[in-house]
Design a protein. Structure first.
Length: 311
């Protein structure tokens, strides 16, 4: 989740589009208006071209892997009206593309999303497949928990990765849990994933987990105040980690000591808080896991360290 100050001008309307006869022309146009309006990217794609291509294909209800020849196919008047409407919502209203299409992807996994949840974009997509290598040989994950589950996306990735695991998914927000329930059902994981409405672990029955995973709210409050409009449309509860970003993380680590198996792991995604985390939790000697883009924003803590830790 990349935060930056919002300084972009807000256009009152889209320029005229009467001449735009093909999807190719609409994409060129979209890239131009994205740049002029200074739209923030990073929720759905990292370039204006990729996001616009996705949004416009979805609006036309054409497959995302359509033959490139469709780009030059003449569009019907109703299709052009639909494209103009969706671009107005994205550019003028600054609505995130995923809230317009009602879907988001982590790798090949699709999730239902709407304004009740943050749009999934977690680095855990690349880290979850590597977690088993950090457990002692022969240990199989049979109990896992996703604290701060939002849309349920990471609980679902955990259930796919560890097919014998029962997974608990916790969130304080009833709205987020309603969306998570849609996704758990959509992925046919109702028998293996249990949703809990809880403030961190407070309302969750005591169970011992092999794996405690969380992508909690970790942005310092002042950063949230300054986010671009698209990110402000996501629930503040999903982003705001208090004055220094560490509010939920502190509580989670203290409570995790009573719930982690002696061979278990805690893994936390913390955005730009590496330095603050290393300072605050010095004695835990956090292990930062490499990510492909070099952000290294996920840390791992083995149970032996956590269980000896004196906060
Ligand atoms: C950064 S979002 C992560 C959502 C999801 N795991 C993902 O990666 O897309 C953090 C989530 O934590 C939830 N949350 C905030 N405070 C919480 C608390 N005290 N206890 C449990 N969940 C909380 C929010 O409602 C939000 O859904």
């Amino acid at each position: 989740m990349k935060a930056r100050r919002d300084k972009s001008p807000r256009p009152a309307a889209l320029p005229v589009t009467a001449q735009l006869a093909t999807l190719r022309a609409w994409i060129v146009f979209a890239e131009k208006v994205y740049a002029q309006a200074g739209l923030a990217l990073g929720q759905v794609a990292t370039t204006a071209h990729d996001e616009a291509l996705y949004l416009l294909l979805r609006t036309l209800d054409w497959p995302l892997d359509s033959d490139p020849a469709v780009l030059d196919q003449p569009l019907a008047p109703a299709q052009r009206i639909a494209l103009r409407k969706v671009l107005h919502q994205r550019v003028v209203d600054r609505t995130p593309a995923a809230y317009l299409t009602r879907e988001a992807f982590l790798g090949d996994h699709a999730f239902y999303v709407d304004e009740r949840v943050i749009i999934p974009r977690s680095y855990f997509l690349e880290i979850i497949p590597l977690l088993a290598a950090h457990l002692p040989a022969g240990v199989e994950v049979t109990r896992a928990v996703d604290v701060c589950t939002g849309s349920g996306c990471l609980a679902i990735l955990l259930a796919h990765q560890f097919p014998r695991a029962k997974v608990d998914a916790i969130d304080l927000s009833p709205d987020a849990l309603a969306v998570a329930a849609i996704n758990v059902k959509g992925h046919r994981l109702g028998r293996r994933i249990t949703l809990h409405g809880s403030d961190v672990f407070a309302q969750v029955p005591k169970v011992t987990y092999d794996l405690i995973l969380s992508n909690p709210p970790y942005e310092p409050s002042a950063v949230c105040d300054d986010l671009p409009e698209e990110f402000k449309q996501e629930p503040r509860l999903a982003l705001d980690g208090g004055a220094d970003g560490l509010d939920i993380i502190r509580r989670l680590l203290v409570q995790a000591r009573e719930r982690l198996a002696p061979h278990g792991l805690v893994v936390l995604e913390v955005g730009a808080l590496q330095k603050a985390m290393n300072r605050e939790f010095k004695t835990l000697k956090l292990q930062w896991l490499p990510t492909i883009d070099g952000s290294h924003c996920i840390c791992l803590i083995h149970a032996d360290r956590l269980l000896r830790w004196k906060p």
